[in-house]
Design a protein around this ligand. Structure first.
Ligand code: BES
Ligand code: ZN
Length: 436
């Protein structure tokens, strides 16, 4: 704690709890002092360590897996150590498909099974591969019947490729990427009558060279995992007196997509939210604050929508806003702007508060108001709560970093300065709205 701010002869040491009556400051100075109470104690080291733990120690945190559960209990334990009342809100998620692909030579091929794929018998489906090019109807011949069609991504939808393969009598489909990407392809296919999987470009080319050309076989195994659960972790702090306070929700999802360590998406937002929970745990407040750590975001905002569905009408009417952080720590050099995504593209109390805070505290990055869903702020918006998703992007293009949803979303591409910048901005904004 290096900064000490003098306000009208009263020393405010950032990080220390002071009753407002002891602060006799001129209005301008007082605001700055309040900002500093939050900003000074925010530790970039702790946030970085938490991103490290979530992304490197735990790794990919796919909805419904042991790793997602481990991340949830890490978050819960941490919040309890800060003295919060913590609720673990469990919910069911749609059945999940998991797959294995092995060549007759014994090589394992990484595969993603899309929702909507059919399952195989428990021993799997062993068949020859049929190289169907891009998978146009006339790419199939009588030879494709009874085989697993190997189809390249490109030109038209995954769903049409699968339909063409099925119509030609193929018993399964493997779609390979047409661009280099470290993880297997994640195709969206709707509902299919046969098992379908996505693989990488390299895997597709290797299967053509090693299996198709040698008349080898592969064994594809697809199982439906039923009764899978995920959870939200919620830490609440209400003012001491009364029970009818306005409520502010700060949220971040902690799950990731398959094969992605999810350092930026979204260990970053999780770590910043945890740090704000630590810093804000004991300051005097006159509104209720809830830190909402959502599971199952990457399969379609399932956790946050469940959270929103459990709010009573009374709680919704008392809710003043949602600050959602998702992808706030990338070190990608082009992502120099902090985008404030709102579902309708319009400013609201959250974006206005953040803008004013950025002016006061001198946030180095440009703030951009933008219309975009795709994160948990949507669930808050849908029940009528003003919500903003804070996310780093390239100004002008709104591009995300190239590591997004890939195995390269690792701690190596995380910036401690940017974690701190997000924490300072959102932390000081939140405190502005909830302090006494
Ligand atoms: N972290 C991203 C957030 C995001 C926001 C990405 C805005 C792109 C633009 C989030 O986890 C994500 O990947 N969302 C999905 C949609 C979601 C409903 C499954 C996406 O954008 O594809
Ligand atoms: Zn995300």
């Amino acid at each position: 704690m290096s900064t000490v701010i003098a306000t009208s002869g009263v020393f405010i040491i950032p990080g220390q709890v002071l009753e407002p009556t002891t602060v006799l400051a001129a209005p301008g100075q007082s605001e700055a002092a309040h900002d500093q109470k939050v900003i000074a104690p925010i530790s970039e080291k702790r946030m970085y360590a938490d991103v490290y733990h979530l992304s490197e120690t735990i790794g990919p945190r796919v909805t419904g897996t042991e790793e997602e559960r481990e991340a949830a209990s890490f978050i819960r334990n941490r919040l309890q150590s800060y003295g919060y009342e913590v609720e673990v809100q469990e919910f069911r998620i749609p059945d999940k498909m998991i797959g294995h692909l092995q060549t007759s030579a014994g090589d394992e091929v990484l595969i993603n099974i899309p929702a909507g794929s059919a399952s195989t018998a428990s021993e799997g489906l062993t068949a020859q591969l049929y190289d169907a090019g891009l998978g146009y109807a006339n790419d199939f011949t009588a030879e494709s019947a009874g085989k697993i069609a190997l189809i390249s991504r490109g030109d038209f939808t995954f769903q049409e490729k699968v339909e063409n393969a099925y119509a030609a009598g193929a018993v399964g489909v493997l779609i390979y990427n047409n661009i280099e990407s470290p993880g297997p392809l994640n195709p969206s296919i709707g509902e299919a009558s046969i098992p379908v999987g996505g693989i990488s470009k390299a895997s597709g080319e290797a299967l053509i060279a090693d299996v198709v050309r040698n008349d080898g076989t592969v064994t594809l195994k697809v199982d439906a995992l039923t009764d899978v659960k995920s959870q939200n972790i919620i830490a609440t702090r209400a003012p001491k007196k009364g029970n009818n306070h306005e409520i502010l929700h700060v949220s971040a999802h902690f799950d990731s997509v398959p094969f992605a360590p999810g350092a930026n998406d979204n260990a970053s937002g999780t770590a910043v939210t945890l740090e704000l929970a630590r810093v804000l745990k004991s300051y005097p407040i006159d509104k209720e604050i809830r830190f909402v750590f959502a599971g199952a975001e990457e399969i379609g905002l399932v956790g946050s929508r469940y959270y929103a569905s459990q709010l009573t009408e009374d709680e919704i009417s008392r809710s003043i806003g949602n600050f959602n952080m998702d992808m706030v720590g990338t070190s990608w050099e082009n992502a120099t702007a902090i985008y404030m995504n709102t579902v309708d593209g319009k400013a609201n109390i959250v974006s206005e508060t953040a803008l004013a805070t950025a002016e006061r505290i001198g946030t180095p990055s440009e703030l951009v108001l933008y219309q975009r869903g795709s994160s948990d702020h949507v669930a808050f918006h849908e029940v009528g709560i003003p919500a903003v998703n804070f996310i780093r992007r390239e100004p002008g293009t709104a591009n995300l970093e190239p590591y997004y949803h890939t195995p390269l979303d690792t701690i190596e591409h995380i910036s401690t300065e940017r974690l701190k910048e997000a924490g300072d901005l959102v932390g000081a904004s939140v405190y502005q709205l909830i302090r006494k």
